[in-house]
Design a binder for this molecule. Structure first.
Ligand SMILES: Cc1ncc(COP(=O)(O)O)c(C=O)c1O
Length: 394
């Protein structure tokens, strides 16, 4: 085993940057005031929250009033789906989403079935793309909400959200009421260029711990005048859309992390793509029976995802861990319950291949040397597993 673990699971979470921690510390120690308080400590905290919101708005193309702070991607997705569907229920009860969304979206939609909503789970093609024409065909007069992710957390496929959004707008004019369009951009913010205004979506989810910010804080961007029934009611914070005393240190850290991730983004992505493509080529060439999941290039710069014939996914991950490499099978949820990935099943992989997934997600600090070590280690592990009949797939 190597002394230092090589971290190749940046889609799951990322290490907190030192500068981000430093920016947060005063609000965990001395400047602990409640931003709603009128005295000085409160006003210091209020100023920090306001400035963080302005900073985020500038980077994300959103007005300060359009940024609602949440506890992370899961809450943002839950609020996006439930708050908008419930606010629109007088116009209809139909929601469209895709089969490859994160569980936070899928389970929120499923929960709404009990409240009388009808959900269409759109299929995707073998690389994870939505067919926009099929999407448009599913729109009916009762459709009130569409939720499609910007990039998939398992296979990295990037959807043309702006194009989809413009087509939805035309359909919404035909049926005579708004169709709210939400995109889960949790895997994109901090990595791709995400401009809320330019994307023309109504709701957008993001989460700080995906871009080297703190865990437990995120945001939902809500376009002005979008119908929204708050899930959290109470003191009226976040302009009545999400009550609760603000997580000041978290908000400051999120804004700082976003600012830092924006510096040299193109260069960072260029380097990530080189390493990602080296991994893709290296694995496909050296592991017999390996297949790439997702599109070869229209994928997140840091994401590679493979399935392997004749070997289970879990022993591969354990073998990698033992060799000093942290990687994953896909989403955190499916990893812990060891069931085939719903995303891989949706792109047409067999149960067997959907259960042997390996997701490698890079970060800015990963090096060529680490990638070469991974590429040397993986085939050794797989060959070893193949020679152990009890660990082969039946
Ligand atoms: C696409 C996507 N949406 C939502 C989430 C949930 O975000 P959080 O961990 O901040 O709750 C994740 C986390 O993996 C994600 O990848």
């Amino acid at each position: 085993m190597k002394n230092e673990q090589i971290y190749l699971d940046h889609a799951a979470t990322t290490p907190l940057r030192k500068e981000v921690l430093d920016s947060m510390m005063p609000f965990l120690e001395t400047d602990f005031g409640n931003p709603s308080a009128l005295y000085q400590q409160g006003q210091i905290a209020r100023k920090a929250v306001d400035e963080s919101r302005e900073l985020m708005g500038g980077i994300l193309g959103a007005r300060v009033g359009e940024i609602v702070i949440t506890s992370g991607g899961t809450e943002s997705d839950n609020a996006a789906i439930k708050s908008s569907a419930l606010a629109m229920r007088n116009f209809g009860n139909h929601i469209i989403t895709s089969q490859i969304e994160h569980e936070a979206v899928l389970n929120s939609c499923e929960q709404l079935i009990d409240f009388g909503f009808d959900i269409t789970f759109l299929p995707v093609d073998c690389q994870g793309f939505i067919n926009t024409e099929d999407l448009i065909k599913e729109i009916r007069s009762e459709t009130v909400l569409i939720s499609l992710m910007m990039a998939n957390n398992e296979i990295g496929t990037i959807q043309p959200i702006k194009d989809i959004s413009q087509k939805i707008k035309l359909e919404s004019q035909k049926i005579g009421h708004q169709i709210i369009f939400h995109t889960d951009a949790v895997q994109c913010v901090g990595s791709l260029d995400v401009d809320f205004r330019d994307l023309e979506v109504d709701l957008l989810s993001l989460s700080a711990h995906k871009f080297q910010g703190p865990r437990g804080v995120g945001a939902l961007l809500i376009k002005r005048n979008t119908p929204f029934l708050p899930l959290m009611t109470g003191g009226g914070q976040e302009r009545d859309r999400r009550s609760g005393t603000e997580n000041v240190a978290g908000i400051v850290g999120m804004a700082k992390a976003l600012q830092l991730s924006n510096v040299n983004k193109d260069l960072v992505n260029k380097n990530l793509i080189v390493l990602r493509d080296r991994i893709i080529k290296g694995v496909l060439n050296s592991v017999e029976g390996s297949v790439l999941n997702g599109h070869p290039t229209q994928r997140l710069p840091n994401n590679a995802n493979f399935s392997f014939e004749s070997v289970e996914g879990e022993p591969i991950l354990l073998g990698l861990d033992f060799a000093g490499i942290s990687a994953s099978s896909g989403s955190a949820c499916s990893a812990s319950v060891n069931k085939p990935s719903h995303v891989l099943l949706a792109i047409g992989r067999s149960n067997e291949l959907a259960q042997s997934a390996l997701r490698v997600t890079l970060g800015p600090s990963n090096t060529e040397e680490e990638v070469e070590y991974f590429l040397k280690t993986l085939p050794e592990i797989i060959n070893k597993l193949k020679s152990m009949p009890s660990l082969q797939k039946s």
